[in-house]
Design a protein around this ligand. Structure first.
Ligand code: 13P
Length: 287
């Protein structure tokens, strides 16, 4: 059954581990993540960006696929279906489609407008039993074609947004989406510690999970991060496994051209990557 992400993240924050949000792009991605969560007995969050939602012909299709797959695979661990970096309109579409969690990314609005829109969406989401994430301080890098550079959130602004009743909060701490440049300075733990102190027990969210060294991930968890988003890393291993299959000429043998065979190495690579992350984040056996 799909659930809101609130309970799993409150538990993670309390237990000092993090639940992975893995972004989905298609059926193979979804199946790989759900099966791995079940095998690891770990809670999991399936993230859907607006672009991925569009690619899969809309949020309604995504919700129907995820619900049916969760049931037909016999998944018993908690699974949240979450809108990643949602616009105001996107949030309403996902609420209507049957998502169990939304992120309203109002970080590009002036703070007053971010506050007004977040307040409204918190009420709507909570009335329907959904969880809601908000963001303060833009996360840099490229997300659906929008490029920004890693900012550090203002801890007082974080407190203001947290007090609106959001369930978990993404604060920019120098993290960026996609690959980190060679001259990246690492996460700003001073910012994270200051935000953590201001927002009390609120689970914090670390976007841009790809390429952050393991010791920084662990330190972030010790400072209140309870949800870590990973997307690019799954894309990279999928690409690598598919390329190796083709370069070895396996698509030329037998029925190697059958998409079910062609995509199988990538599918297995995602499963292995998700397992590795669940072990690193400490969510194994926490379902
Ligand atoms: P990466 O693509 O860097 O793993 O970031 C994912 C993310 O934060 C999605 O919101």
């Amino acid at each position: 059954m799909l659930v809101s992400a609130k309970e799993m993240l409150d538990k993670a924050r309390e237990g000092k581990y993090a639940v992975g949000q893995f972004n989905i792009n298609n059926l193979e991605w979804t199946k790989a993540i759900l099966l791995t969560a079940q095998e690891c007995n770990s809670p999991v969050i399936l993230g859907v960006s607006e672009g991925a939602g569009k690619y899969m012909t809309g949020f309604k299709t995504v919700a129907a696929m995820v619900k049916a797959m969760d049931e037909s695979l016999g998944i018993t661990v908690p699974v949240a279906l979450h809108l990643d970096h949602g616009s105001y309109e996107g949030c309403y579409k996902c609420i209507k489609a049957g998502f169990t969690s939304i992120m309203f990314d109002g970080s590009h609005f002036p703070i007053e407008e971010n506050v007004a829109k977040t307040t409204e969406l918190v009420n709507v989401a909570h009335n329907l039993g959904l969880s809601i994430e908000a963001e303060v301080g833009a996360i840099g890098g490229e997300e659906d074609g929008v490029v920004g550079k890693g900012e550090c959130a203002d801890p007082d602004e974080c407190k203001m947004i947290a007090d609106l009743g959001v369930d978990f909060l993404a604060a920019g701490i120098g993290n960026i989406h996609g690959k980190y440049p060679d001259n990246w300075e690492g996460l700003s733990f001073d910012t994270l510690a200051a935000v953590n102190e201001k927002v009390g027990d609120m689970p914090l969210v670390l976007h841009g999970g790809t390429g952050i060294p393991d010791d920084q991930i662990k330190k972030a968890i010790s400072l209140g991060v309870a949800k870590i988003n990973v997307n690019t890393e799954c894309q990279l291993v999928f690409q690598e496994a598919t390329r190796a299959y083709i370069e070895a000429g396996k698509d030329q043998q037998g029925k190697g051209f059958d998409p079910r065979k062609l995509l199988a190495p990538g599918f297995e690579a995602i499963k292995a990557k998700v397992k590795e992350k669940m072990e690193l984040f400490g969510s194994v056996d926490k379902a």
